[in-house]
Design a protein around this ligand. Structure first.
Ligand code: GRF
Length: 192
């Protein structure tokens, strides 16, 4: 199986997936990295591991359709089987969803359906809830709404500040996502 990793920013989850593949914890290969953000640090990570990457913001394209066409032809070229979103900050729309049905997954830093959206860790922190966590789910047309594959809970201690909560969430993500990717891919292999 060939994975495309989509990210808009730092890419720490992308790197944890690459590491899991190198260490044999995910039985797949990284076909490529895609980013919509020319300044994203994830591009440096792709270079470091010599992974083919493509950077294209919708603003560089005449239309959203054109942007999606370019992404799809890059994925085609790289013979991608699965799309793994890891901090990708845009909605995946119909043409890509149709081309990769049930083959696109995302990680989200809350216990969905609670706290969807772009700044969930801050929202969770400000809501002063006692428990949060991480969700991995299939991607559909909505924002953080697709069928849930796995969740891991985290109890929030009263003395934690925001950076502590962020650190704890990322620690969970870096363990959980590679594990779930491997499970989902294995299940798919078994069923096909
Ligand atoms: C992660 O918290 C992920 O759950 C969310 O965006 C963040 C990306 O972090 N979707 P990184 O770029 O992988 O470091």
């Amino acid at each position: 199986m060939r994975l495309a990793l989509f990210a808009s920013g730092n890419g720490s989850n992308v790197e944890s997936i690459i590491q899991a593949i190198i260490e044999g914890r995910i039985d797949a290969s990284v076909a490529c990295v895609f980013s919509d953000n020319p300044h994203a640090y994830v591009i440096e990570r792709a270079k470091k591991y010599e992974i083919p990457y493509f950077v294209c913001s919708p603003r560089q394209c005449a239309s959203r359709n054109k942007w999606e066409e370019l992404i799809l032809s890059f994925l085609e070229e790289q013979k991608v089987d699965w799309i793994i979103l890891a901090g990708f900050m845009r909605i995946i729309s119909e043409p890509i969803l149709k081309r990769y049905p049930r083959r696109i997954i995302n990680i989200h830093p809350s216990l969905l359906p609670d706290f969807p959206g772009k700044q969930s860790i801050v929202d969770v922190f400000e809501a002063k809830v006692k428990e949060t966590g991480v969700t991995v789910h299939y991607v559909d047309r909505g924002i953080d709404t697709g069928p849930i594959i796995a969740q891991e809970k985290l109890s929030i201690e009263r003395n934690w500040d925001l950076p502590t909560l962020e650190r704890k969430i990322h620690q969970i993500e870096h363990q959980l996502y590679p594990k779930v990717i491997q499970e989902v891919i294995q299940k798919e292999r078994f069923n096909s």
